[in-house]
Write a protein that binds this ligand. Structure first.
Ligand code: PLP
Length: 364
């Protein structure tokens, strides 16, 4: 028998609680992956993904795999041996982009930033005269900082602009076409409020034309995946078995988000995040991410001197069933990360986490 855990309040940087509609959809009877009724749902899902991405790209689809699969797909299809990739690094996920691009054989030009700071578009654009790719993370989950991707879009020249929107999608304004994003990948488990498992992905026609013809990954070859989903081509080609339950769940989650209205969803995340950040500062704690560039959906807090970070997290989990995240890398024990994403971005969550954190800091 699986052990039934008490209900958790997931306020971590990882999976959030899903919107109820998305959870219910996981339990629907399964459709066959080539059943026309499923294909219709897949098309509907791709269409809604275009809306949340802010794009008209025909190749917009839920890749089978988590956000990291999206990251791999972005690089493996655009850079090969010797291609120059300029990558902004202001946290863990920028670091990972460098690793992925290097494994594709790219010549990686890193542009390092202090963690917690946003990406400096001018410095990134000046790092190389003619890169094939420029890449940056929109919402750095490891630090809680938000970067201006449109500034990179203005300065990208002929480069293909890759943006990681894993934590920003359906939480913070995202306008792929207006901002000049050529290739974007995201995740389902953050602000979209669906279980982890798919990577909402988009690529412009122009970037698709410049892709690597035979990428080193068969599974993530966008040349073949375009026929599986993401285009309105009549005759659908079989590429792999679509994870039908996850697609149904994503469809339900997106319907929920769009019924509320994207701008309302962004505003709800903004209101919850700023209320949490104000409350934390009123408690006398410091925020980690640079002021003016803080993500509402992921709040990074400096662990006060003399307080044991792990003890506080354990206290929250055991006493309140609240899970928050530790920091990453050199900030593992000096930063907490609190996510208010999807259904958790609401005033009740703010009150709960503020009260619980206050008690935990005092008693742990
Ligand atoms: N990029 C960012 C900004 C993330 O926050 C994450 C995961 O938290 C990833 C990429 C990797 O996504 P996944 O863990 O879903 O593979």
């Amino acid at each position: 028998m699986p052990q039934i855990m008490p209900e958790r309040h997931l306020f971590g940087p990882g999976p959030t609680n899903a919107y109820p509609e998305a959870t219910v959809a996981l339990g629907f009877p399964l459709l066959g992956h080539l059943d026309p009724a499923f294909i219709e749902r897949l098309d509907n899902t791709c269409e809604m993904l275009r809306t949340v991405w802010g794009t008209t790209n025909q190749r917009t689809l839920p890749l089978s795999g988590t956000g990291s699969a999206g990251m791999e797909a972005a690089f493996v299809n655009t850079v090969g041996p010797g291609d120059v990739a300029v990558i902004a690094v202001n946290g863990l996920f920028g670091e990972r982009m460098c690793d992925v691009a290097a494994r594709c054989g790219a010549e990686v030009v890193r542009v390092d930033h202090e963690w917690g700071q946003p990406v400096d578009a001018e410095r990134v654009a000046a790092a190389h005269p003619a890169p094939k790719v420029i890449a940056a993370v929109h919402a750095e989950t490891s630090t809680g900082s938000l970067s201006d991707i449109s500034a990179l879009g203005e300065l990208k020249g002929d480069a293909i602009l890759i943006a990681d929107a894993v934590t920003s999608i359906a939480g913070t304004e995202l306008a792929a076409d207006d901002w000049g994003i050529d290739v974007g990948y995201a995740g389902t488990q953050k602000c979209i409020g669906v279980a982890p498992g798919l990577a909402p992905f988009t690529i412009s026609d122009a970037a698709f034309e410049r892709r690597i013809e035979k990428p080193q990954s068969w599974y993530l070859d966008l040349g073949m995946l375009g026929g599986y989903a993401g285009t309105k081509a009549s005759g659908r080609t079989y590429h792999h078995t679509a994870p039908v339950a996850m697609v149904a769940s994503l469809e339900a989650g997106l319907e929920r988000v769009l019924a509320e209205g994207l701008e309302n969803v962004w505003a709800r995340h903004w209101a919850a995040g700023t209320a949490l950040q104000n409350g934390i500062e009123e408690m006398g704690l410091d925020l980690f991410a640079a002021e003016g560039h803080r993500l509402p959906q992921l709040t990074s807090v400096v662990v006060p001197d003399g307080v044991d970070s792990a003890k506080v997290r354990r206290y929250l989990l055991e006493r309140f069933q609240i899970e928050i995240g530790a920091g990453v890398g050199q900030f593992a024990s000096t930063v907490w990360r609190i996510g208010l994403m999807g259904p958790n971005a609401n005033p009740a969550s703010v009150t709960l986490i503020l009260g619980a954190l206050k008690e935990a800091v005092a008693k742990a």
